[in-house]
Design a protein around this ligand. Structure first.
Ligand SMILES: Nc1ncnc2c1ncn2[C@@H]1O[C@H](COP(=O)(O)OP(=O)(O)OP(=O)(O)O)[C@@H](O)[C@H]1O
Length: 251
């Protein structure tokens, strides 16, 4: 294992001791570009949240190597974001720099210029003063990518970044993802579009609560493995017995 790989060792993540991700082991190599694919409820978002240390593990271990919490950029599912808050596009993008700048420091002229450049690079030149609530879904997704650009993260976690986004915007944002990959950042994206994964993501983790396959996309996104993931999902029993994982609350 490379020292800066993100290594998962027999990871189980549970809600009320019902596992959402079960016995997952493997590594995200530095600079890799990985899609996480699987049926609804497969544990994909749960895994992303655990990777950014937002959820405790029921058992197992995640070793993030040299990746510090401030090195992680996270794009949640669009549905999880309340856009009624009266904040401008420019301020949302500038939030990407607060980890480097500090929460209570004045925003530097440099950061403002960087935010402007980030907005231009996602096709939103001149949108700085718009309130986020007035944007279309695709425009808002571009804003969130601009914020990630400013964050300059080593590890980028994207949860369904192209859902409900039109082809042109998806194409543009895929170019941003490609540039992150070329820069040597580690990018992990939850996706549902199998063809998009095959075309743009060299690595795939196929998850159906338990890992189905993890490796080069050509060998993991086969009809056999996809079928296996679907069958595993159909066999799920939400009322199944509680998982016999050690109770960490007593530790
Ligand atoms: N906060 C929570 N409390 C209880 N159960 C949860 C919670 N969050 C997720 N779950 C359950 O964990 C399982 C995995 O959910 P998760 O959101 O990770 O799936 P997903 O693969 O991202 O699904 P989708 O493709 O539908 O977004 C589901 O059964 C879900 O109901």
């Amino acid at each position: 294992m490379s020292p800066s790989s993100i290594h998962l060792q027999d990871v189980t993540i549970a809600f009320d001791r019902h596992p959402a991700v079960h016995h997952l082991s493997g590594s995200f190599v530095p600079g890799s570009l990985t899609a996480i694919v699987g049926p609804n409820g497969a544990g994909k978002s749960t895994l992303l949240r655990a990777l950014m240390n937002d959820l405790p593990l029921a058992s197992g271990r995640i070793d993030r190597g040299h990746v510090m919490p401030t090195d992680i950029g996270y794009l949640p599912q669009a549905a999880d974001i309340d856009r009624r808050f009266p904040i401008t596009v420019g301020d949302v993008v500038l939030l990407g720099s607060w980890r480097q700048a500090g929460a209570f420091r004045a925003v530097s002229e440099g950061s403002v210029s960087e935010a402007r450049r980030a907005l231009s690079s996602v096709g939103l030149t001149g949108f700085e003063q718009r309130l986020i609530g007035t944007l279309s879904a695709g425009q808002f997704q571009r804003v969130l990518f601009a914020r990630l650009l400013l964050q300059n993260a080593k590890l980028i976690l994207l949860d369904e970044p192209f859902t409900a986004i039109d082809a042109r915007t998806t194409h543009d944002l895929l170019q941003v993802v490609r540039r992150w990959h070329q820069d040597g950042r580690t990018v992990i994206a939850v996706l549902h579009d199998v063809e998009q994964v095959r075309a743009h993501f060299p690595q795939t983790l196929l998850l159906a609560r338990e890992p189905v396959a993890w490796g080069p996309t050509a060998t993991t996104m086969t009809s056999d493995y996809l079928m296996r993931a679907r069958l595993m999902a159909e066999r799920w029993d939400e009322t199944a017995a509680i998982c016999d994982v050690p109770d960490q609350s007593a530790a």
